[in-house]
Ligand binder design. Structure first.
Ligand code: ASP
Ligand code: MG
Length: 328
């Protein structure tokens, strides 16, 4: 069934896919290819690989009464190195984000305990910095890139009964078609929009997070809001496999799955898709394609209502470690 605005393609790029100049070239190529096909690309990006962990390390150091400066220095160096590799003026592109992180770090050091609100603000820095770099780089490559603050459009559900930790660090968002966002983007329909995964805001306009690994979920919400024609999740493996290819070399790529099958795999530990990202696309019947920035030519996995070409069968074997089953 055709949707109201069929031409948006939401593309999510994970940590490894945004960590080098080469990968940003691939992102630019993906954006241009969609434009050449008459579609409007909306890019949702993670923090550079390992940066969310470094931000957690910064918080941990401060919480233990230690010195967060080591983690802070690593975070700065990683972004400066990428800015350098991209031939960007790192001060112009990054100083606003670094200044914000310095201020937040001072607040974190002074706080005891660190409130979830402050943790969320610190962790959000990773996505804000990576998207600033990406937007500056792709603009320099001739794309009309518009940087959006995801927090203006992605709102957490009001959940007063939920403990503050969850409200701030693992918030749930709604994902209905969003005419306000659609109208806003329609002002520059030929632009490539670039925004952050993982971050949203609450009714007080504070920063909240969608949980670790939450960028897939952000992208799924944006796809629903835009009534996108497709959601593409670009990662470092070319799709969902019959088993973990790192542990089982003979694992096969699954070409087509339905939403329930993909949900099962995500829930049971196949780490390619976040378990929470399937619900918004399933509800709005938006096909989800898993692709690899390391092998962009591979078609990957398509998750849609059509599902597989063949009847019921064992689709995949996944493993969870450290789980205790209690049978009653
Ligand atoms: N950067 C966040 C994380 O590492 C969100 C994501 O990448 O999905 O958890
Ligand atoms: Mg992920």
């Amino acid at each position: 069934m055709p949707s109201a605005s069929p031409s948006w393609i939401v593309c999510k790029f994970g940590g490894t896919s945004v960590s080098s100049r080469d990968r940003w070239d691939t992102i630019g190529t993906v954006g241009r290819a969609h434009q050449a096909d008459g579609r409007h690309p909306f890019l949702v990006c993670s923090a550079l690989q390992g940066i969310s962990d470094q931000l957690e390390a910064l918080l941990e150091a401060a919480a233990q009464g230690g010195d967060p400066q080591e983690a802070l220095a690593t975070i700065r160096e990683r972004h400066e190195a990428l800015a350098h590799a991209m031939d960007l003026d790192s001060t112009a592109v990054l100083s606003e984000g670094f200044d914000r992180l310095d201020r937040l770090t001072n607040e974190v050091v002074a706080a005891d305990p660190i409130p979830p609100r402050l943790r969320a603000a610190v962790l959000a820095t990773g996505e804000l910095l990576s998207t600033r770099l990406g937007a500056a780089y792709l603009s320099g490559q001739g794309l009309d890139v518009r940087w959006l603050d995801a927090r203006e459009f992605l709102r957490a559900q009001d959940a007063p009964h939920v403990p503050p930790r969850r409200q701030y660090l693992s918030a749930a968002c709604t994902s209905h078609p969003d005419p306000v966002l659609q109208d806003h983007l329609a002002q520059a329909p030929d632009a490539v929009y670039l925004t952050q995964g993982f971050i949203a805001s609450n009714a007080l306009n504070e920063t909240v997070l969608l949980g670790r690994g939450g960028s897939d979920t952000s992208a799924a919400h944006f796809a629903a809001k835009l009534e996108a024609e497709r959601l593409e999740v670009w990662t470092d493996v070319p799709g969902l496999f019959t088993a973990n290819p790192r542990e089982v070399p003979s694992a096969r790529l699954l070409r087509r799955l339905d939403y329930d099958e993909a949900q099962e795999l995500a829930t049971m530990g196949a780490r390619v898709l976040h378990p929470r990202c399937l619900d918004p696309v399933r509800r709005h019947q938006i096909p989800l394609h898993v692709r690899s920035t390391e092998a962009p030519e591979v078609d990957g996995t398509v998750v849609s209502a059509d599902g597989p070409d063949v009847g019921p069968q064992v689709k995949a074997v996944s493993a969870k470690t450290g789980v205790v089953a209690v049978v009653m």
